[in-house]
Design a protein around this ligand. Sequence first.
Ligand SMILES: C[S@@+](CC[C@H](N)C(=O)[O-])C[C@H]1O[C@@H](n2cnc3c(N)ncnc32)[C@H](O)[C@@H]1O
Length: 239
Amino acid sequence: MVIDRSYYFMKAGLNLARALFVTNQTEKKQQAELGYWQLQKAKSGELSADHYEYFYTTHFDIDKEEYRGKRILDIGCGPRGSLDWATMTKRRVGLDPLAEEYQRAGLIRDSGMEYVDSGAEEIPFSDDFFDVVVSFNSLDHVDDLEKTISEITRVTASGGLFLLITDVNHDPTVTEPVSYEWDVVDRFTPQFELHWKDCREKSEDGIYASARDGEPYDFSNDEARYGVLSAKFVRVPDE
Ligand SMILES: C[S@@+](CC[C@H](N)C(=O)[O-])C[C@H]1O[C@@H](n2cnc3c(N)ncnc32)[C@H](O)[C@@H]1O
């Protein structure tokens, strides 16, 4: 069935309006997230996933072949098909508390990646299950940062990678209730070793364009503003 863009405009309008009126914060956040993606789909027709491969590989200096036979987990994957490119992996799992809503809303297209409907605070996989865990533009969207970090640590295999791209330095918002600064990287040590980090100014072009092409963050300017952090960690074996 072909769904016309006006359908997504209408659904986005309804969900964004609902987000204004519901009082439960989790429900408010979910309506706003859903409305946001419906609006993107209404505007662009198809949600593109073309940019993800660059961020999983070149951005973090990882060869695509390194993913062969590995298990990858994308935390807060959204509906775009972030792991569509990763056909050489053993498992490619996207975790999102809205995965089923995104499916129901027709936002997820059929691809080889698995979607799991869950928050990052309780990841339904066993200890050390994943070789690579990723959080791109999702860490500040979770409800409980401490539980999320503890779960990321638990499911990442010893020697495995954790890749992070996140906004920093913002006040809590409806969809980004968690706020932190550049030193959020310290929350991942000593259970992870920080191998690389990069700090950029956030431009109007959004988080991904800023992470890739943004100006280096000017730490001498103390004006309050968003920054974009990229960080690559390696899981240290438990003692
Ligand atoms: C801005 S979107 C980013 C989607 C995708 N990572 C990307 O960059 O295109 C943030 C995602 O985080 C998800 N999210 C919200 N709360 C979450 C939680 N507690 N655990 C995991 N993901 C969550 C939202 O449902 C949403 O899909």
